[in-house]
Design a protein around this ligand. Structure first.
Ligand SMILES: NC(=O)c1ccc[n+]([C@@H]2O[C@H](COP(=O)([O-])OP(=O)(O)OC[C@H]3O[C@@H](n4cnc5c(N)ncnc54)[C@H](O)[C@@H]3O)[C@@H](O)[C@H]2O)c1
Length: 367
């Protein structure tokens, strides 16, 4: 029976990866330090993670541990066939306040995963969750046109940002830098040591079981706010646009790589130009779905925020024979239904968390 290790498996994406393979009959091992629930609720509440959700599967083993622990990673990875590396410090803002913590989680953590894979005699395939933030401020050099509810890329970039887009000579934020470092390390382990490595540079992934907060997971955060009557602060004018990918479409792309013959692949991953929304358009959609008017506040643009980010997904389409299937209209409806069914988890959920910087994780950035 095939075996999978999911790092950050109690998180949003990791838990969907774990569930998908558990349902296929794989033996799944999840490792997570449960730092995300602390961000969401200000204290450790595993029910505010997907840890408790995964307890229903007999073939999922839950390990509370940290990817920064090299020995632990060596032992957890020793007998698996695939590693989905989803654990990370996911917040741009946190990375600015505590770059060392960001570096240790994202670079050392990834290095430990890659080393564990290299040393394992099973030579596991590694799927790495990278990000569009590797392209940094270069994205903002692309001219945009302002429309009534959104910005649009002009001319050449209407298909979005491809994998050949420049990463040099621009700001990234420490989060972008740590993820880019990890991304390059992952590629290097494919090149030097012949590991099978898929690097997915993800744009905005959204879906059920996403505990979004103001600083990260904006689609889920807006849905939670819409249903719990909390005000939402929009940084900038709300016309910023992202391509949205529903989480099950992402997991299908991961699996397409795992099942493929590719030894090494780097792809931009998102909904692409056909599945985009601006913040204002999401607000309108949520108001229609819930029948409630949302309370909006506007504030200054955040540093390094991209006015438009849209992934060019041609390479993923071609290499993985993959297509996004769930349009934002349908995906947001599913997300809203999940929040409504689990309203008790969100009623007391604070909007912004005060997390002691030295303690851990926290997310940020419209990504
Ligand atoms: N959600 C998105 O739109 C998006 C976009 C681009 C990239 N990503 C990347 O995808 C991955 C998953 O993101 P997500 O949205 O599911 O975030 P998430 O916060 O829901 O999941 C991350 C999980 O990792 C755990 N974790 C953090 N540090 C850890 C450590 N040192 N050891 C063990 N566990 C640790 C957290 O507790 C959390 O459960 C991250 O690498 C993130 O950078 C996400």
């Amino acid at each position: 029976m095939a075996r999978l290790l999911v790092t950050g498996g109690a998180g949003f994406i990791g838990s969907h990866v774990a569930e998908y393979y558990a349902r296929q009959g794989w033996q799944v091992r999840v490792v997570d330090n449960l730092s995300r629930p602390r961000i969401f609720a200000g204290k450790l509440r595993p029910d505010l993670s997907n840890w408790s959700y995964l307890e229903q599967f007999d073939n999922v083993q839950l390990v509370r541990g940290d990817v920064r622990d090299a020995d632990l990673m060596d032992s957890l990875a020793a007998d698996v066939d695939v590693i989905a590396h989803c654990a990370a410090q996911t917040a741009v803002t946190t990375s600015l306040v505590d770059p060392r913590m960001d570096f240790e989680n994202n670079v050392i953590g990834t290095f430990n995963v890659l080393e564990a894979a290299r040393k394992s005699r099973h030579r596991p395939t590694v799927v790495f969750c990278s990000t569009n933030k590797v392209y940094g401020e270069n994205v903002n050099l692309i001219p945009v046109r302002e429309k009534e509810t959104r910005y649009e890329f002009d001319g050449l970039y209407r298909r979005g940002i491809s994998e050949t887009f420049g990463v040099d000579n621009c700001e990234h934020t420490p989060y972008g830098a740590s993820k880019l470092t990890a991304d390059i390390y992952a590629q290097e382990y494919a090149n030097q040591y012949g590991l099978r490595v898929g690097v997915f540079r993800m744009s905005c992934i959204y879906g059920t079981r996403q505990f979004g907060v103001e600083d990260q997971g904006w689609v889920a955060w807006f849905a939670i706010a819409a249903l719990t009557g909390q005000p939402v602060t929009i940084y900038g004018d709300g016309k910023q646009v992202r391509d949205l990918l529903f989480v099950s479409d992402l997991v299908r792309a991961f699996d397409a790589f795992v099942q493929s013959d590719w030894q090494h692949l780097v792809v931009n991953m998102g909904g692409g130009p056909d599945n985009t929304l601006s913040l204002l358009e999401l607000v309108r959609m949520l108001e229609e779905l819930t029948g409630h008017r949302m309370t909006l506040r506007f504030d200054e643009w955040r540093p390094s925020d991209q006015k438009v980010y849209i992934s060019d997904i041609s390479q993923a389409r071609l290499a993985l024979r993959w297509e996004p299937k769930i349009a934002p209209e349908e995906g947001v409806k599913r997300l809203v239904a999940w929040v409504a069914e689990n309203r008790h988890l969100f009623e007391a959920a604070p909007q912004v968390q005060e997390v002691p910087v030295a303690s851990q994780q926290e997310p940020v950035g419209v990504a």
